[in-house]
Design a protein around this ligand. Sequence first.
Ligand code: NOJ
Length: 746
Amino acid sequence: MNHKSIYFMLFLISFFLISGCKNEPKNILSSYESKADSIIRLMTLEEKIGQLSLFTSDWSSTGPTMRKDYIDLIRQGKAGSIFNAYTVDYVMSLQKIAVEETRLHIPLLFGYDVIHGHRTIFPIPLGQSASWDLEAIEKSERIAATEATAEGLNWTFAPMVDLARDPRWGRVMEGAGEDTWLGSQIAAARVKGFQGSDLLNSNSLLACVKHFAAYGAPQGGREYHTVDMSERSLYEWYLPVYKAAVDAGVASVMTSFNEIAGVPSTSNKWLLTDLLRNDWKFNGFIVTDYSSINELVQHGVAADLSEAGSLSINAGVDMDMQGSVFMNHLADLVKSQKVSEETINSAVKRILVAKYKLGLFDDPYKYCNKKREEEEIMRQDFLDFARDFAAKSCVLLKNSNKTLPINSGSKTIAVIGPLADSKSDMLGFWSAAGKAENCVTLLEGIKNKVKGSVNILSTKGCNVNDNNTSEIKQAVSVARNADFVILALGESRDMSGEAASRTDISLPGVQLELARAIIATGKPVAVVLFNGRPLSIPELDSIAPAILESWIGGTEAGNGIADVLFGDINPSGKLTMTFPRNVGQIPIFYNSKNTGRPINPEKPFEKYKSNYLDAPNSPLYPFGYGLSYTTFSYSDIKINKTEFQKDDQIIATVEIKNTGERDGEEIVQLYIRDLVGNVTRPVKELKGFKKILVKKGETVIVTFNISTSELSYYHEDMSFTLDSGDFELFVGPNSSEGLVTRFSVL
Ligand code: NOJ
């Protein structure tokens, strides 16, 4: 049979199987499976292994360089998917090779790390999470998917949902912070945003939840380091976030580099098969992280690459990212019966089904539309949204004497600091196809805002991360000539992200010295922070009149921050990760345990209590914290009953009054505490939030509805059940403040 007739036959099979069952997703899935089976029957073992192999193009490097002639591998049917290749022309040229030059004409998947935007770059995910705006988060992924698919991509290696409690770890910038409940909501929103209402739509792509599992808990915050935790912590805090993505229908899962309790994820049968596939019913495909099968040898669980390959595929891995282990060893492993062909067939089937889900067999070039590429990249409405999202992600950490917003009487404003005018630092790590030249810096954003009506001075003052203090003096004289100073400090884009752990998370280089000198001028100073992780900045907090955390805001960073600084947007973001006073407090997170010797808050340094000699237990800024240009008062907390049955609804209300001078949005948070558990319980657990607009002088009654079943947890025997007993319920502006009431579950 020549290639045209095989392709026609595959098309006919798809046509007949799909046409009878358009509106029945389950039937559609099983029709994809039967179609995949028909193809598998035609495949040689080598062709099957090709489908299980993913290789990078040479367009970008997202891991240790292991160059392959990927074009030749596609031609030989040895590469079923490619990553780090985009644009219509390029994707089309590679897809053509797969479709026209291989025996079975199976189209390729094209993957890429579209993490916080594709061309239009949004704030880093940690910053996005500080908006607590699930709709905006979902919309940002919808836009990212629209742009990525317009450039040929059909698979993103996102969302990264790793729960993280250690800001030394550079990849905290990619996640949603330290809370399981909030992280789970955000994970689901991201999957929905990427995958859209139907994967067959030409602007939807496959999402890939990562890194399964617990990659966010490396010892000491050191990248790629060992993870070791109790089964209870794993189940209770770390796993639910991935599960939320699976429940939202995520199409693929990426294994993590780390081990958990001695078993690397990439060879962990319990994790990949028993839990993910059997318990959670995940029916997509599992890809490894970059060469993580090979790393089983360094982990010391495989003697060589062949054994590594057999361990990983038998554990449940379907696709090898970049390691060539499947390509080089699977055929022999089948021959020596260490891996069954059945196992290989199942893996191939899952990958072919994903290709069917996207409609690639019907139209392998569906993402290669030049017109879309021209029209759907960096559309004005995407940029407008990016600007708004950059503003929404900002968290006002300090604002003494109403330093912000900037007084409209200011005639001269100085914008000082190493991050005041650095375009590439606005992109952050994982900036996909985003370009520095498209970014708006803070200086540019401020100039755009004042449109020549204010005199703007600017100077760097120092670099981000060296010891050179020679420019500080000149920066001070610039500050002296201004009525208001904006000081742009923080980390450069590569100081967070993958392979960017730090042992010292204070302001790098001599930036604190610059801040001291500028603040000493006595001018009103607002510090704008750019960083991918919580920083420890106790001195800055004590000396700076105002601090605005802007994270790393993406393409429209400067415009969005300017909107906040000038008061066109009232900041409403709240932290999703605790800011420690110093690294010695790490790990520090709000939902910790009470211990047997909790401190008396009145006597924080009392002997024989769980504390430090040299720093309080409390963080610099707690989880959930963030100020506004207005103020809110919380009063009149009520619940519908004080005693609940096990299947009841708890309805809690609270009055929020805007007591300040302008309208503002408030993120009202609900926490609970189970006072006596079957095992120890955290001092607080987030169970809900409402983001509301309260007009100046007005009062809004906020209602929360939670089911008592949400109070369940893993008991001593690991059963997930609900206790009878007493609970506290808190409603407040952050995890450290608020009103409290009590109730019982009978
Ligand atoms: C390694 C990273 O850990 C992972 O998140 C990413 O998707 C791959 N490289 C591919 O770039």
